[in-house]
Design a protein around this ligand. Structure first.
Ligand SMILES: C[S@@+](CC[C@H](N)C(=O)[O-])C[C@H]1O[C@@H](n2cnc3c(N)ncnc32)[C@H](O)[C@@H]1O
Length: 382
């Protein structure tokens, strides 16, 4: 079986999780100069972590995929795509050529990607920081280290078995030539905003949001990073430009310094220092966290404790490394069937705390903050 084309493109951006040396593609393996070797699975992903936590199990991943397939989170995907386009425009405005972008050319500061942008579609958007107070239920979000949630340990348990084969129609044969990071990313097709850029989705899950963002940034290379192999099997097939990498946020990310133009963290763990390290100078991070209203109508169906200090933790985690440049409040309404309700509960850590109450069809609120952070233009991302 051939090596998936995005892994061919992205190989030179990755680094060894043991010794941090660059990796090169040799046949179906990534190898560093110390001969640490990482085989590409038949499902299309490669494991670049020393001891990755299991991440979401197959049942959680299947529930998440069903919710996305039904379109219930489409307004959030659309908001991310708009913010990604805005971030690309800012970068292009300050950069003469794709090569300079990939070499870490400066991006325009100031404007928040997505912040202040009017809502389209059925996502009702209010700008400003008014939604930042008191984040609620972890229904949807992954607890961060030290958070007072009941679900953290259980959320890590249990990974499920084999899925289907992830062979792709667009797979390319591996070449022995390892391009430098910029060249690897530049292997894509199109011109226009975001061409030849690198989008890293940290805790990408099924790759659904990343695929939506890549549609808005033609030619970009997407890297879906997660500890969940069942999730990455789907991510590897979610879009022709997604490279799927098993990596753990709480280890050093298996990417070289400054090679990422745009990082996404959607309901997933956040390691500020590592995000800053892998972002290029002037690069952008889009971070999504739930507000207290998110899925509030379903709170009676589970028992997940709330960490009232979550927003402050986010600021401590990311604010120490990146500049917070804007917040967009994204709200939408979901008409959920009884089965949809079960899926929405089961796809998150709240599912481990599903109570006895019977689920019913319901009109449910989606409500998140989409926060934009910038890596400093000068002096690196650390
Ligand atoms: C709530 S899901 C969100 C998935 C995706 N971002 C989305 O919005 O659909 C959280 C994801 O983070 C992953 N995850 C949990 N702990 C992780 C870790 N330490 N490193 C990388 N991924 C992790 C889970 O496997 C899961 O896919």
């Amino acid at each position: 079986m051939d090596v998936p084309a995005p892994l061919v493109r992205g190989a030179a951006l990755l680094r060894c999780p043991v010794c941090s040396a660059p990796l090169e593609l040799h046949e179906r393996s990534l190898v560093c100069d110390q001969r640490h070797t990482y085989d590409i699975s038949r499902h299309g992903h490669v494991t670049l972590a020393r001891a990755p936590a299991p991440g979401d199990d197959a049942a959680m991943v299947a529930a998440r995929a069903a919710v996305f397939d039904a379109g219930h989170y489409a307004p959030l995907t659309a908001a991310l795509a708009r913010a990604a386009t805005s971030a690309a425009s800012d970068g292009d405005a300050a950069t003469a050529t794709d090569d300079e972008t990939l070499e870490g050319g400066a991006a325009a500061g100031g404007d928040a990607a997505g912040g202040g942008e009017a809502a389209r579609g059925d996502a009702a958007t209010a700008t400003g920081d008014e939604a930042q107070a008191g984040e609620a239920a972890a229904a949807g979000d992954v607890p961060q280290p030290g958070e007072a949630t009941a679900s953290r340990d259980e959320a890590r348990s249990g990974q499920a078995g084999a899925g289907d084969d992830a062979a792709r129609p667009d797979e390319a044969t591996a070449s022995g030539d390892a391009a430098r990071p910029g060249q690897a990313a530049a292997g894509g097709a199109a011109a226009g905003p975001g061409a030849a850029s690198v989008v890293l989705d940290i805790g990408a899950g099924t790759g659904h949001h990343l695929a939506g963002v890549l549609e808005a940034r033609p030619g970009a290379l997407g890297i879906a990073l997660d500890t969940s192999r069942p999730a990455l099997r789907l991510a590897a097939r979610a879009h022709p430009d997604i490279a799927a990498v098993v990596g753990d946020v709480w280890e050093a990310l298996p990417l070289q310094d400054g090679v990422v133009d745009l990082a996404l963290v959607v309901f997933a763990p956040r390691n500020g220092g590592e995000i800053a390290r892998v972002l290029r100078p002037g690069g952008t991070a889009l971070v999504v966290i739930p507000t207290p209203e998110h899925l509030a109508e379903l709170a009676h169906l589970h028992a997940v404790q709330v960490d009232p200090e979550k927003p402050e933790r986010l600021e401590r985690t990311l604010g120490a490394h990146l500049q917070h440049t804007g917040t967009e409040a994204v709200r939408w309404t979901m008409q959920l069937s009884q089965q949809d309700v079960e899926h929405v509960i089961r796809m998150s850590p709240a599912g481990a705390h599903r109570g006895e109450a019977e689920a019913h069809a319901a009109t449910v609120t989606g409500s998140v903050e989409l926060r934009t952070y910038r890596s400093p233009d000068v002096g690196g991302g650390g």
